[in-house]
Design a protein around this ligand. Sequence first.
Ligand SMILES: Cc1ncc(COP(=O)(O)O)c(C=O)c1O
Length: 339
Amino acid sequence: MPDPLVQEYLDRFATLLGPTPVKTVTVDVLGTGRRIHLKLEGHNVTGSIKARTAYGLVRGLAEDGRLRPGAHLLESTSGNLGVALASMARFLGMRFTAVIDPMITAESRKRLVDLDANIVEVDEPDPAGGYLLSRLAKVSELLDRDDRYVWVDQYNSARNPDIHRRMTGPEILDQMVTPPDAVFAAISTGGTFAGLSRCFRENRPQTHMVAVDVNGSVAFGGRPGRRHLPGVGASRRSAFLDDSLVDHLTYTSIEEAVYYCRTLLRESGIHLGGSAGAVVAACVRYLAEHPEIREPLCVCADGGEKYRSTVYSDAWLDTIRGPAAPAASRRAAEVAVSR
Ligand SMILES: Cc1ncc(COP(=O)(O)O)c(C=O)c1O
């Protein structure tokens, strides 16, 4: 049993989570208007779906008796989970150290500083083209150095997928009049997707579960490469995913993700984060091949505010693609808010 005071703080934090809104847009796919539901997880406290993940992980540590007085939370994070854990640590009166890398957005870094998190930055890319393995090596080094550190471990803790199976998935099923017939979600640790997929397999097994990864990620295996979108993709295989949870796996490019982020903002005023743009891009492609899907739902992990200097910046896109590359304004679909 957790300490009663910790338990009380955790219960209070839980009241700040969800329900996040679902907004519906209409997208022209091959000449036909198709509805897409967007679950806007940026409306969670701390600004992303990782508020739920952080809550599930920390509650698990408390239940396992690992949050003794003086405990100092430690995690490898490229942004959203760090911000969520920093908020939780303040809530619980604990210290938090975030091991970050240069992919973190300037906006997330500032939020970590504002929330009093201790920041340790690694700057050596790992052999898989990302920074995850370098960050994990730094976590091991810190754990060896000081036994007050408690590693939250979003990559291996079963509490990560479990919170999405018990909270995010049922919330979707409760709030949608017609349940989604396809669910699209981005992969990093795979926790969100694995938890949602378990929930749908248990309650509505006919729903297609579509995993969205980015080129260069090895979350499902394959050849590693350089990745640029913060929060999506991984330098190692997901510990949570197996074939039984995934009906379809698709990869998106940075251009597609940027295109849908910018188009949705322009045409509907909905401001999505980069991974959500990738998810919408994957959904549009899937709809083109699946006319039978009527109620697709995209899990949009966060909002666009903290991506002004990346996904919404032409200068940033030029540094990634080189200035000679064609503009990312390929007009693949019309997007408008449905009535
Ligand atoms: C921006 C972003 N995209 C996607 C995800 C999904 O990540 P995971 O697979 O670790 O649940 C997250 C984290 O929840 C995120 O912050």
